[in-house]
Design a protein. Structure first.
Length: 87
Protein backbone atom coordinates (compact mmCIF):
# COMPACT_ATOMS: atom_id res chain seq x y z
CA UNK A 1 0.00 0.00 0.00
CA UNK A 2 1.30 3.44 -0.89
CA UNK A 3 0.48 5.86 1.92
CA UNK A 4 -1.63 5.26 5.02
CA UNK A 5 -5.18 5.64 3.77
CA UNK A 6 -7.30 2.94 2.21
CA UNK A 7 -10.01 3.84 -0.29
CA UNK A 8 -12.63 1.62 -1.87
CA UNK A 9 -12.84 0.78 -5.56
CA UNK A 10 -16.43 0.04 -6.54
CA UNK A 11 -16.97 -1.44 -9.96
CA UNK A 12 -20.26 -0.92 -11.71
CA UNK A 13 -21.51 -2.37 -14.97
CA UNK A 14 -21.63 0.81 -17.00
CA UNK A 15 -20.88 -0.51 -20.45
CA UNK A 16 -20.43 -3.81 -22.22
CA UNK A 17 -17.03 -5.43 -22.51
CA UNK A 18 -15.68 -5.19 -26.06
CA UNK A 19 -11.95 -4.60 -26.35
CA UNK A 20 -10.67 -4.41 -22.78
CA UNK A 21 -11.96 -5.22 -19.32
CA UNK A 22 -13.46 -2.01 -17.83
CA UNK A 23 -11.32 -2.45 -14.71
CA UNK A 24 -8.27 -1.44 -16.79
CA UNK A 25 -9.90 1.93 -17.53
CA UNK A 26 -10.84 2.36 -13.87
CA UNK A 27 -7.31 1.60 -12.67
CA UNK A 28 -5.84 3.90 -15.34
CA UNK A 29 -8.08 6.71 -14.04
CA UNK A 30 -7.05 6.04 -10.44
CA UNK A 31 -3.38 5.99 -11.45
CA UNK A 32 -3.77 9.34 -13.20
CA UNK A 33 -5.78 10.90 -10.35
CA UNK A 34 -3.36 9.72 -7.65
CA UNK A 35 -0.21 10.54 -9.62
CA UNK A 36 1.48 7.18 -8.99
CA UNK A 37 4.09 6.13 -11.52
CA UNK A 38 4.32 2.62 -12.93
CA UNK A 39 7.55 2.20 -10.96
CA UNK A 40 5.88 3.11 -7.66
CA UNK A 41 2.97 0.76 -8.34
CA UNK A 42 5.37 -1.99 -9.40
CA UNK A 43 7.42 -1.69 -6.21
CA UNK A 44 4.35 -1.60 -3.92
CA UNK A 45 2.37 -4.34 -5.68
CA UNK A 46 4.97 -6.77 -6.99
CA UNK A 47 3.42 -6.49 -10.46
CA UNK A 48 5.96 -5.95 -13.24
CA UNK A 49 6.19 -2.70 -15.14
CA UNK A 50 5.76 -4.69 -18.35
CA UNK A 51 2.39 -5.93 -17.08
CA UNK A 52 1.28 -2.40 -16.21
CA UNK A 53 2.40 -1.17 -19.64
CA UNK A 54 0.44 -3.95 -21.33
CA UNK A 55 -2.66 -3.05 -19.32
CA UNK A 56 -2.58 0.67 -19.93
CA UNK A 57 -0.90 0.95 -23.34
CA UNK A 58 -0.67 -2.55 -24.70
CA UNK A 59 -2.81 -5.45 -25.72
CA UNK A 60 -3.89 -7.02 -22.42
CA UNK A 61 -7.64 -7.54 -22.57
CA UNK A 62 -8.34 -9.50 -19.41
CA UNK A 63 -5.93 -9.04 -16.50
CA UNK A 64 -5.81 -11.68 -13.78
CA UNK A 65 -7.93 -11.02 -10.71
CA UNK A 66 -5.00 -11.37 -8.29
CA UNK A 67 -3.02 -8.81 -10.28
CA UNK A 68 -5.93 -6.36 -10.29
CA UNK A 69 -6.20 -6.75 -6.51
CA UNK A 70 -2.47 -6.15 -5.99
CA UNK A 71 -2.43 -2.98 -8.12
CA UNK A 72 -5.62 -1.58 -6.56
CA UNK A 73 -4.27 -2.25 -3.07
CA UNK A 74 -0.91 -0.64 -3.91
CA UNK A 75 -2.76 2.56 -4.84
CA UNK A 76 -4.79 2.50 -1.62
CA UNK A 77 -8.01 0.95 -2.95
CA UNK A 78 -10.00 -2.16 -2.17
CA UNK A 79 -11.76 -4.16 -4.86
CA UNK A 80 -15.42 -4.81 -3.97
CA UNK A 81 -18.14 -6.72 -5.71
CA UNK A 82 -21.36 -4.71 -5.73
CA UNK A 83 -24.72 -6.47 -5.78
CA UNK A 84 -26.88 -5.15 -8.56
CA UNK A 85 -30.55 -4.41 -7.90
CA UNK A 86 -33.24 -6.88 -8.82
CA UNK A 87 -32.08 -10.15 -7.28
Amino acid sequence: EIGDTMATLNLYRTYSFRNKDPVIDKLRTIKKDTGFSNTEICEASGVSEATLYNWFDGKTRRPQHATIMAVAHAMGYEYNLVKKNGR
